[in-house]
Design a protein around this ligand. Structure first.
Ligand code: BG6
Ligand code: MG
Length: 217
């Protein structure tokens, strides 16, 4: 039985995944690296420094830690510039309604985002009060595909992992949810997210009537 739904943020609740891509692409271009949409799929759900490492590895570049931190900060300042211009109307259609319907069925709502900017984003979107528990990139040691973030979210919600359903747009996130022993709805393409229990193209399309069909326990 599903007792909690745990949402990723970037690419699930709002299109900040696109802002991450634009900022990484700009940084990659400055380094003489072409970052394609396909390359970008591997950055989704992954921490800031791990994402930079993946980009540098595209060209076999290795840099000292201080230089990597400088570059990651530069990318983040561009990302934050996009974020600070956001407004609540950028929340994907149907997401708030879905959260409200889930709450009506006594389902707890969690947020599990690898981003250290997650609290700023949900504040600007005016949805911070929608969540019973929030875990962001400042609270974890290992980012997705490690299950740590979802295990922590479930424990904060007081719900056992097998009763949690995760909404994820990243391959690393789907892997993390499954490794945590949770069910997972992939948001995006079945090619990328085929390991998820179901894949839908948009979060707002989730049919609440299928909720308990996803549950085996
Ligand atoms: C995840 C994004 O939510 O957060 C990744 O999918 C991003 O693309 C990661 O790298 C870390 O974000 P931030 O804001 O801490 O750099
Ligand atoms: Mg995401």
């Amino acid at each position: 039985m599903i007792k909690a739904c745990i949402f990723d943020l970037d690419g699930v609740i709002v299109d900040t995944a696109h802002y991450h891509f634009l900022a990484w692409k700009r940084l990659a271009n400055e380094l003489g690296i072409d970052l394609t949409i396909e390359d970008n799929e591997r950055l989704k759900g992954v921490s800031r420094l791990d994402s930079l490492e993946i980009i540098l590895n595209l060209r076999g570049i290795s840099l000292p830690t201080e230089e990597k931190e400088r570059l990651a900060n530069k990318k983040n300042s561009w990302f934050v510039d996009y974020v600070l211009r956001m407004s609540p109307d950028e929340i994907f259609p149907g997401v708030k309604q879905l959260i409200h319907e889930l709450k009506k069925q006594n389902i707890k709502i969690g947020l599990a985002s690898s981003s250290k900017n997650a609290k700023t984003v949900i504040h600007l979107l005016q949805i911070e009060n929608e969540f019973d528990a929030i875990v962001d990139g400042t609270m974890i040691r290992y980012s997705k595909p490690d299950p740590e973030i979802f295990i922590l979210a479930a424990s904060k919600l007081g719900v056992e992992p097998q009763h949690c359903l995760v909404f994820e747009d990243a391959e690393a996130g789907v892997e993390a949810a499954l490794a945590a022993g949770m069910k997972c709805v992939g948001i995006g393409s079945a090619n990328q997210l085929g390991k998820a229990d179901i894949v839908i193209s948009k979060t707002g399309e989730f049919n609440i009537a299928t909720l308990q069909q996803l549950s085996t326990v």
